[in-house]
Design a protein around this ligand. Structure first.
Ligand SMILES: CC(C)(COP(=O)(O)OP(=O)(O)OC[C@H]1O[C@@H](n2cnc3c(N)ncnc32)[C@H](O)[C@@H]1OP(=O)(O)O)[C@@H](O)C(=O)NCCC(=O)NCCS
Length: 141
């Protein structure tokens, strides 16, 4: 099930975050995101364990997805899809635009975002250490 993260989830989120960036806990301050008023931190809990998380910022009518990670053993079980669907429903009718950056070679993530109607807007060269990034956007109808 998807739920809002709490302080108690931070160690498990940081562990999963390491799959995305080394030194995740120093780069991304989940404790600050939990109280800044514009960030969203969602977790997917299965058998009392956090097996996926999503971070995003919501400013006015725009939501920017920062990170989505699912533990390798639990991939292809719609966990990331559930996290994104929950985020969209939380944003409500006010939501006009969603954006994100994704590495151009990250096929699972590209397919995931396309499934939710995100489209490639343009390519940011050398955005990541070893890859370019696509800026993707999803407009609400
Ligand atoms: C990308 C990621 C979050 C997807 O999580 P997931 O829970 O496995 O995704 P879902 O099960 O919800 O899959 C939804 C759709 O995404 C696509 N998808 C997911 N994994 C895929 C893969 N390995 N190959 C191709 N398409 C894939 C499919 O369209 C899938 O729909 P389908 O199962 O009906 O075909 C996961 O692979 C991951 O954690 N990767 C490492 C971290 C990362 O790269 N995050 C994104 C950048 S921030």
């Amino acid at each position: 099930m998807v739920r809002e993260a709490t302080l108690f989830d931070i160690p498990q989120i940081n562990e999963l975050g390491e799959l995305l960036h080394t030194n995740f806990a120093n780069l991304v301050k989940i404790n600050e995101m939990l109280k800044d008023g514009y960030s969203k931190v969602l977790v997917y809990e299965k058998n009392s364990k956090v097996v996926g998380f999503l971070t995003a910022t919501i400013l006015y009518d725009t939501c920017d997805i920062l990170d989505v990670v699912v533990e390798p053993l639990y991939r292809r079980e719609n966990i990331a899809s559930n996290l994104i669907a929950y985020l969209i429903s939380e944003c409500g009718e006010n939501l006009k635009l969603m954006t994100l950056e994704v590495a151009t070679h990250n096929i699972p993530a590209l397919k995931l975002y396309e499934k939710f109607g995100f489209e490639i807007v343009y390519k940011r060269e050398h955005y990541y250490k070893n890859d370019d990034a696509y800026l993707m956007a999803r407009k609400s109808e």
